[in-house]
Design a binder for this molecule. Structure first.
Ligand code: 5GP
Ligand code: ZN
Length: 113
């Protein structure tokens, strides 16, 4: 099992987990780019958004709902935050396991790279 995020799911690689249920977990990014920087992932290994099958598509809605709750809990909701899913090489995806970034706690750039 070479996937870093699958190893976080299994507990083989330690992480600062802030949320978990039967389908989704969320943990703090190891190299935070904002005061609040969480990674929200499905437990299931799905390579990227482009590999999301019809059966799994509801997962992304759950990830957004969980991110919204976490933004509140982390104190980032009032002033605003950003949810990002990078997809594929040119989309800036480095870890090949579907994940959503929750960024907040500071003013974010209005450019998207
Ligand atoms: P991507 O560029 O693939 O959208 O983002 C991957 C994110 O995962 C990066 O922000 C990176 O800092 C984070 N990351 C990579 N490896 C680890 C790890 O082992 N633990 C944690 N907590 N975050 C990681
Ligand atoms: Zn994986």
């Amino acid at each position: 099992m070479a996937c870093i995020f699958c190893q976080i799911v299994s507990g083989r690689i330690p992480s600062d987990i802030v949320y978990q249920d039967e389908e989704v977990i969320a943990f703090r990014d190891i190299k935070p780019q904002a005061p609040v920087h969480l990674i929200i992932i499905p437990r299931k290994h799905i390579l990227s958004l482009a590999h999301l099958s019809e059966v799994d598509s509801a997962l992304v809605g759950r990830m957004v709902a969980i991110a919204n709750q976490l933004a509140k809990k982390e104190g980032a909701a009032q002033n605003g935050y950003r949810l990002v899913i990078n997809c594929g090489e040119q989309g800036g995806q480095l870890v090949p396991h579907l994940h959503m970034h929750l960024l907040g706690g500071r003013g974010l750039s209005d450019t998207l790279g």
